[in-house]
Structures are given as structure tokens and as C-alpha cells.
Design a protein around this ligand. Sequence first.
Ligand SMILES: [Ca+2]
Length: 338
Amino acid sequence: MKLLVLLLLLIEETAAAQLRGLFPAMLNLASNAEISSNATCGDPEPEVYCKLVEHVPGRRIKNPHCPKCDANSVLYKERHPITNAIDGTNQWWQSPSIKNGRQFHWVTITLDLKQIFQIAYIIIKAANSPRPGNWILERSLDGKIFEPWQYYAISDSECLTRYNITPRLGSPTYRSDTEVICTSYYSRLNPLEHGEIHTSLINGRSSSADPSSELLSFTSARYIRLRLQRIRTLNADLMMLSAHDPRDVDPIVTRRYYYSIKDISVGGMCICYGHAESCPLDPISKKLQCVCEHNTCGESCNQCCPGYHQQPWQPGTLSKGNTCESLLQDYPQAFCAV
Ligand SMILES: [Ca+2]
């Protein structure tokens, strides 16, 4: 009797797996990415910087200390390479301060995930500076053509003036699967250190519960780019910095303005079109590879295996397995045989 119950449960489980799509686990894809930036503090020359938090009126600290960054230092604490943004420790990346010139408002960081994934969210954590002010989060499949995922601006009015997009007020929301919004929510001055930026690409969109093909395509990326375009400054310094070349302004002011990033996490998964729940590293290709089920084949389980073409291939969804069925026997008969 017990054996029969177990057998029935097994059949039920198998049937349920046929009924719904299979999805691999979400991973932090940043930890295996290649990351690069076009500017880093202390490269090529050592430079001194000060922390903004030690210079805010009312919070003035008696003896602010202004450390040195030096990309070639033997001391790891003086080096702030971009790899610090994905190393899983509290070490951080830092950009040159605007003491070096106005051009250091514009800094680009690129992550290469080395294959195309479906990206669900990106979390960026600042280190010893406020979060970036104006910037664009972009994605690309080929590393050549980049498209925006989201715009961030110092104020709602800068969404319009800089990016020509009506600002989404308050905490970000999305009206469609592929809407690209502009938000000032994550560019606020406070906190002055260790602020976070949470960007959701799937949750909160129309078809997030059972993603549409538009949403799947919108969230597909191999390359992720952060185009930083304006450092957040204290309002008290804004006028002076707008009116003058930063190199003519007292370095006491300008050396406290730079970007810093302690961590970038990219939550995403292999694209297996709802037909694999496992996606291990292939030792030969060095890529994550879907273990296709539902009688599917192909690199992304994107076709029916030979001999299983009774119906055309369809992606598995949260509600439907869309298993490829054999030409020789159909499923009800297979279950009767068990
Ligand atoms: Ca880190």
C-alpha cells in the first residue's frame, strides 16, 4: 500500500513538473564578471582626498584626516581599483576627485558577465561618499550597442533637463514591462556614506509574475554599464563649483568630491526558457550551461530535441511547462503504462 502511495506521489510530482516551467536559481553574477572603469583615484599619480562627511556644517570634525590614494602603492588600503566593487569585502573603488578637473564627473564602469543572462535586479552600495547624482544604467548584448535601463538624477527637474524624461516621483514604480524611468529617489545627498541604490528590473513590472517575451528581452544582458555623469555636491558648494573650473577652486573643497562604490551585486539567472532548473559551470566552455529538461535541447533549451516535435517548441512559463512531446507516444498513454 505504502509503495503504491509513493508511486502515485511520484507520478503526481512528475506530472506537476510537466505542467509548469523550470527555472534555475538566482545568482550574484557580478562576482564572476570582468569589471573595468575609465578612471580611478591615485592613477596615474597619487592624490589626497577628504571625506565629505567630515566637512558638513554642523558635523565638523576637529581633525579631519585626508588620506592618500595611490594605485601603485604597496599598501592595499591606498589602492582603490574597480575590482574592489565586486570582491565581496568592504574595500571600495574610488574615482579621482574633481580637484583633477571637471571631466571627472564623467566616469564609466562596465561589467562583462561573459554570457547573456536574464537580470532581475542590481544593487549598488556607496562607500565613503554620497551616491552618484546623475547617471545612466545601461545594458548591452554585444558590448557595442547599449540601451538605457534606468536614469537617475539629482532632482526631478534634472530628469527633464538632462534626460528629457518625465520624472517618476517617489519610490520607483513601472507602468509597463519595458518602461525606462528617471528617478531622483536614489540620488539624495543623505546618507553621506554607505548609501544604497536598489534597481529592480523584473519585480514591479506588469508581467513580473509570469514574464512576457518583452520583459525577458528587456532584462537580457551580457554587458552592464554605469555611466556616471555628475557627482552629488553640498548645496553650499554648488554655486561656486558651477561658476568656476574646479581646478581654480580651493582644493579643500574639490578634493572631497568623488565617486565611491563598495559593492555591485547583479541578481540574475541563466536563460533556459523555463526548461531547466539547474545551470552549472561547464568546465570546457567555462560558461554556465542549462541542463535542459522537458525533452528540450539547444544551448538555452530553445528547441525540442529530435523526435519530440509533436507540437512546436514553446518556452515554459510559471504556469505552463510546455514540454516537448514525443512523436511516437503521447502522455496519457505513458502514464497508463506506469
Ligand atoms: Ca568591495
